[in-house]
Design a protein around this ligand. Structure first.
Ligand code: F6P
Length: 468
């Protein structure tokens, strides 16, 4: 049986003897992929050390072996904090003004991809299929091919793929587009992302469309298709059903008394629109003064990428905004926004989602946004809440029944909050049912199976020369 080799920047290694893995989207997705395969998960150890060894540390956990390497301070600065998160991330999220390109960062990004490829190539066997994740590793397949690897290699891009003019403003865009076609299968979140990348390859790399998402570029065949990522629906639903057993959930609900709850849960990232959302909530209270004291907004926002200057600035901006709004609108008996920068485990989040009448998921741009899906799945048929969702999140394509809004328009978001709070139960149910059914069909298992069976097919179908 073929082994599956997963490669990603971060690796979630379960504790020895324990079942637990981190609850993040990537960790859950990879765990699902390994249910059908034995294999290896390769990536960064999360450690920064002077002069790290190129030899990965190997850790065995049953069917899955983990192979991790450290980064040097310079690698971390240039590859992760620099090119991946100050150039690629803002460009992929349509935020050209926040992009900072430097040649040394790009050199560091290319160097780490080369180092990863060298370390990985020694561990790969001829029958393995390789699945690479995330924008940190766009050139990895090209590096592996350069070392002579002929295995099927797939890539899944968890974030948006922007329109050609936006992507091509990145000084390294041509090299990256050339490198990416060394993947046999490229998975993107939405059809719009697929169109963006395909058109770019046709216009700038003379790619020839072959139908069914396949393209021929410089004699190499690649396939680009949408695989919208799903969540662990059964696990999330179970966590929401049992959430009352959790002390944090119980105490939060008790503290609300009769107030209705609005909830937002996001990593502290400018793509998530946390600051803009707070302004929308402020507008809601300004135009609905009778709701002051009757509604509480809890925003859970674990800090993220604090080594990147734009994220440090964002942390200061959001703190200032929360202070301003609470100071001007609140009173001794009511704080409009409860802003928390700690991360919470699934049982707490699932319980808070269920308790919230409104889920606010209003990113300025997002590849998919799994919080939107988690919020919907955590609701119960007895009294489902309402999802207010940015039309610029990939998940909006699968959830047209949500209240879709433009996050750049604080007044539109404020009106959606009002509609959500006043929405009769029959309408809430009618909107929620088709969404939860779709999420259940298109869960993380469906996503991983689809991607991997297509990559497996590639080995048998796409590589064989057409028969006469
Ligand atoms: O959404 C893209 C992504 O890389 C995820 O895979 C990851 O969980 C998240 O961003 C967090 O990023 P970081 O590894 O920089 O903390």
């Amino acid at each position: 049986m073929a082994r599956l080799v997963i490669v990603s920047n971060r690796v979630a290694i379960p504790e020895d003897g324990g079942k637990a893995v981190a609850a993040g989207g990537l960790a859950v997705a990879v765990k699902e992929a390994f249910t059908a395969y034995e294999g290896l998960w390769f990536g960064w150890s999360g450690n920064i050390t002077e002069e790290p060894s190129e030899e990965p540390t190997l850790i065995d956990r049953g069917r899955v072996q983990y192979a991790v390497v450290d980064l040097s301070p310079q690698d971390h600065l240039e590859y992760y904090a620099g090119f991946a998160n100050r150039a690629l991330w803002p460009i992929m999220h349509y935020r050209l003004g926040l992009g900072a390109f430097s040649r040394s960062d790009y050199a560091g990004y290319s160097r780490v991809n080369r180092t990863f490829a060298r370390a990985l190539a020694k561990l790969v066997e001829p029958d393995d299929i390789i699945w690479v994740h995330d924008y940190h590793l766009l050139p990895l397949a090209a590096e592996l091919r350069g070392l002579g690897l002929d295995n099927p290699i797939g890539y899944f891009h968890h974030i948006p793929w922007p329109a050609a003019d936006v992507f091509n403003s990145l000084p390294a865009s041509t090299e990256l587009l050339r490198a990416i076609v060394d993947y046999d299968l490229i998975g993107l979140q939405t059809e719009a992302d697929v169109q963006n990348l395909q058109r770019n390859l046709v216009d700038t790399q003379r790619a020839i469309p072959l139908g069914g998402g396949s393209l021929m570029v410089d004699g190499r065949r690649t396939r680009i298709r949408a695989f919208p990522i799903g969540i662990d629906v059964a696990g999330f639903k179970e966590a929401a059903d049992k959430a009352n057993a959790n002390k944090v959930v119980r105490e939060t609900i008790a503290g609300l008394r009769t107030r209705k709850l609005l909830i937002g849960v996001d990593r502290l990232d400018y793509s998530k629109g946390v600051s803009e959302r707070m302004e929308a909530v402020e507008s809601f209270f300004a135009s609905n003064p009778d709701q002051r004291g009757n509604v509480t907004y809890i925003q859970i926002t674990p800090k993220s990428r604090s080594e990147v200057p734009e994220y440090e600035q964002l942390a200061r901006d959001v703190n200032e905004k929360v202070g301003e709004i609470n100071g001007s609108l609140g009173d001794p008996a009511w704080t409009p926004i409860q802003y928390i920068t700690k991360a919470y485990p699934r049982p707490v989040l699932a319980g808070l989602y269920r308790a919230a009448r409104v889920g606010l998921v209003t990113p300025m741009r997002d590849g998919m946004n799994l919080v939107a899906k988690e919020y919907v799945v955590a609701q119960s048929e007895d009294d489902p809440g309402v999802l207010v969702l940015s039309k610029f999140a990939g998940s909006a394509r699968q959830m047209p029944e949500a209240l879709l809004i433009n996050p750049y328009d604080r007044f539109e978001v404020a009106e959606a909050i009002r509609s959500a709070l006043y929405m009769p139960k029959a309408e809430r149910l009618a909107r929620w049912k088709p969404m939860v059914e779709r999420m259940t069909r298109e869960d993380v298992d469906w996503w991983a199976r689809n991607f991997l069976s297509e990559l497996e097919n590639f080995r048998t179908m796409e590589r064989e020369p057409p028969t006469a």
